[in-house]
Structure formats: structure tokens, C-alpha cells
Design a protein around this ligand. Structure first.
Ligand SMILES: *Cc1c(COP(=O)(O)O)cnc(C)c1O
Length: 398
């Protein structure tokens, strides 16, 4: 007997829950890719994607995942031998740095560990030590999906400006776009990378790169572009196929149209507030479980926590035991503790992540929290009482 039968909930941080409306929009025969409805519909995506990033700049769509988005951004901005400064706050900054290195960019990583955001003061200090302005760009994640640390992007831009440094600011919003507030232009971001399968609620397969005029100008000397990755034809296509350097990702585009409609109907500010409120319910629950010290949020400072996903630390191997119980006994799949320890290290089994990104509402988050609470009891994992009560009180408080 298992209580897991019924509609399951994959509370992993991507691919996230896909709305039926998105799936229905994709369920159709192959469209004409030369003229007609698809071509017209595609034109409507670009302005809406810019609204989503709060930018008047440009956006290119690629067939690819987040890694493809990194590589696209890299090729269009850098020349071989250029210098880049990556601020790592978990796992994904290191991944972006690897992509840069493989392309021949000289990368310096400033590592802020796995439990804190990047410190703007340290960035300002580092840039002050580069008076010739040789560092071309500063790169970071808005949210690191492994540590679930959220960076203060406006604060990092202020640090670059305070150092009077010309570096571009490039931000990975793959986990956070459509979850955490993001203002590309107001925050002085030059390049932003995201993908379809997290807050954007579309199956994996689309990568997006937004860029400012300044980045476009700076990129004219980039020598790493190949025809597929070049963002120029994609944003200034004369023929439809140039938007995608070949066949369009037809069905994903229909799914994206539906997802952007859903975000616009709810209102982006309301979408951000929904994610903030659900995150607060999660934090309240973990606060109660953590009385006695057996469990804690990975990020101590609430201002530096993601609103899309939450990483938790327990005594190993209780994280893995709990994940397995929730999946098999209750139909809730939690995320593994990615990048917090190596999988062969016993400590790896002391982490898990709960995603609350994208197409998620109060009943889903409260349900997941109550299931975790039941799992802690069933497995006799030490925890403080009153977590579900704390979560419902947090939501009721508004
Ligand atoms: C998921 C994620 C990636 C990687 O995206 P893929 O689609 O798996 O290539 C990169 N950065 C962040 C912050 C992510 O959350």
C-alpha cells in the first residue's frame, strides 16, 4: 500500500510543473514554417520576452537548454584570451566558468562558498585592482539552484560602477526568471541568460539570451561566434528561418506563447509576490522543524534566499531517506542536494531541495510541506513541532 497514487507533484527545480494550458498549446500537428500563423505568432514572442526581463534591449531564442544559453552568451561577448570574472555562489557559476574556459576565455572565479551570496564590497575591491579595465565582464547567477542563494544584482552593478570599471554585467536567471523580481535595464544588466523549463513553465528545449545595446556593441569584436550561436541574425532576421538558424522549435514556441499569456494575465508583479509568499511559508516550516538544530535552511539570511527553490540541510542520510519516503509513500518528488557535497560523500545524503517555482500555488506548497512533515514523523527523523501550523500562519498573515 502506498499513499502516492493520484496526481504526483514533481517539486524538483526544473523541469518544473508544466501547465495543462502549455501542454495543450503544444499538442498539434506540424505547422507551416514558411508563412502564416506560426510566423505571426513568433513575432509576438519577442516583445513579451523583453517585458518578462524588463528590458528595452534585444532577445535571441535558441533551441537548447541553459548550458546552451551560457555558450550563446559567451560566444557573442568574448574574444579568445579575454578576461572574465565569475562570482560563484554554489554550483552554477562554476559551470558557466567551465564553458568560458573551454572557449578560450581567461576566467577568474571569486568563490563565495555554498551558503552565502556574492559580496558587492569584495567585487568592488577586486575591480579597483584592475585599473586598466582588462576584465571584460562580471558573470553571476541571480539564483544558484544548488545552494539556493540569491544575489543582489543591483548591488553588484553598483559595485562595478563604484569602481568606475567598464565591465559588462552578465546574469544567469535560469532558475529565477518568472519567480524572483528582475529588472534588467533598471539594474544595469548587459546580458541575461535563461531557459524555458523553470519559472517559464515550458518543457526543456529553449534557451534565451537578452542583451543591451552596450553588450551588442562590445560583442562586435567577439571572435568566438559561429553561425549557429551568432545573436545578430536572430534579432534582426530578414527571413523567418534566420531567427533560429534553421527550423524553428515550432511546438515549444506555441507552449511559450501560452506560458507568456499566463504570466501576463496574472501580472508579473503578482507572479513575483506569489513566489515570495510561498517561499515564506517554506521558510516558516523549516524554522519550526529546525528547533533543536536537526534541520536548517542552507541560506541563513532571508534577503539572500531564492523565492524559487529552497535547499535544506539535515543529518546524513536523512535527506535521502526523506526524499525516498515522500516520493514512494506520498507522491511528492523532492530535489536532490545538488553540488553541496560529492555524491560519493556520505554528507551528500544530508541535503534536499524543495522547488516552489513556476506553476505552483498554495495548496501545492502546503501539501509538499505537510508530506515532508509526515515523512519526518514516519522515519523518526529529529525535528521540531508545528511546521505545518507555521506555514499556514505565514500564508494567512499575507
Ligand atoms: C538549471 C540551471 C542551469 C542549467 O540549465 P540546463 O537547462 O540544465 O542546461 C544553469 N544555471 C542555473 C542557475 C540553473 O538553475
Amino acid at each position: 500500500m502506498s499513499l502516492g497514487h493520484g496526481r504526483t507533484y514533481h517539486a524538483i527545480p526544473g523541469p518544473s510543473v508544466m501547465p495543462d494550458r502549455v501542454l495543450r498549446a503544444m499538442h498539434r500537428a506540424a505547422p507551416n514554417i514558411y508563412a502564416g500563423e506560426l510566423v505571426e505568432m513568433t513575432a509576438s514572442l519577442f516583445p513579451d520576452l523583453k517585458r518578462l526581463a524588463r528590458t528595452e534591449g534585444h532577445v535571441a531564442i535558441y533551441i537548447g537548454n541553459g548550458h546552451a544559453g551560457w555558450e550563446a552568451a559567451n560566444c557573442n561577448v568574448f574574444a579568445r584570451g579575454d578576461r572574465a570574472l565569475v562570482l560563484a555562489t554554489g554550483r552554477f557559476g562554476h559551470g558557466w566558468a567551465d564553458s568560458l574556459r573551454a572557449l578560450g576565455v581567461a576566467v577568474e572565479v571569486m568563490d563565495f562558498g555554498r551558503q552565502a551570496p556574492a559580496d558587492p564590497a569584495r567585487l568592488a575591491e577586486r575591480l579597483a585592482a584592475d585599473p586598466a579595465g582588462e576584465i571584460r565582464a562580471v558573470l553571476c547567477t541571480q539564483v544558484d539552484t544548488a545552494s539556493t542563494a540569491r544575489n543582489d544584482i543591483a548591488g553588484l552593478r553598483a559595485a562595478i560602477d563604484a569602481a568606475r570599471h567598464p565591465a559588462l554585467l552578465m546574469v544567469d536567471c535560469i532558475a529565477s526568471l518568472g519567480c524572483d523580481a528582475f529588472h534588467m535595464d533598471a539594474w544595469g544588466v548587459d546580458v541575461m541568460v535563461s531557459a524555458s523549463q523553470k519559472g517559464v513553465m515550458v518543457p526543456p528545449g529553449l534557451a534565451f539570451v537578452w542583451f543591451s545595446d552596450k553588450a551588442r556593441e562590445a560583442g562586435r569584436r567577439a571572435d568566438l561566434r559561429t553561425p549557429y550561436w551568432d545573436w545578430e541574425p536572430r534579432v534582426a532576421a530578414e527571413q523567418y528561418y534566420e531567427h533560429f538558424c534553421g527550423t524553428a522549435p515550432t511546438h515549444h514556441l506555441y507552449g511559450l506563447r501560452a506560458a507568456l499569456d499566463m504570466l501576463a494575465e496574472e501580472g508579473l508583479e503578482a507572479v513575483w509576490r506569489r513566489h515570495a509568499r510561498l517561499a515564506q511559508a517554506v521558510w516558516a516550516a523549516v524554522g519550526a522543524w529546525g528547533q533543536g538544530g536537526a534541520m536548517a535552511l542552507n541560506i541563513a539570511d532571508p534577503a539572500a534566499r531564492s523565492h524559487a527553490v529552497t535547499a535544506l540541510r539535515l543529518q546524513a542520510p536523512d535527506g535521502t531517506r526523506l526524499r525516498e519516503w515522500c516520493e514512494h509513500e506520498a507522491g511528492v518528488t523532492l530535489g536532490i542536494g545538488l553540488g553541496m557535497a560529492e555524491p560519493q560523500d556520505p554528507a551528500w545524503h544530508g541535503f534536499f531541495r524543495l522547488a516552489h517555482m513556476g506553476h505552483v500555488n498554495a495548496h501545492m506548497t502546503l501539501g509538499a510541506l505537510a508530506v515532508i512533515d509526515a515523512g519526518l514523523k514516519a522515519l523518526e527523523i529529529p525535528h521540531g513541532p508545528g511546521a505545518v501550523e507555521a506555514a499556514t500562519a505565514a500564508l494567512a498573515a499575507g
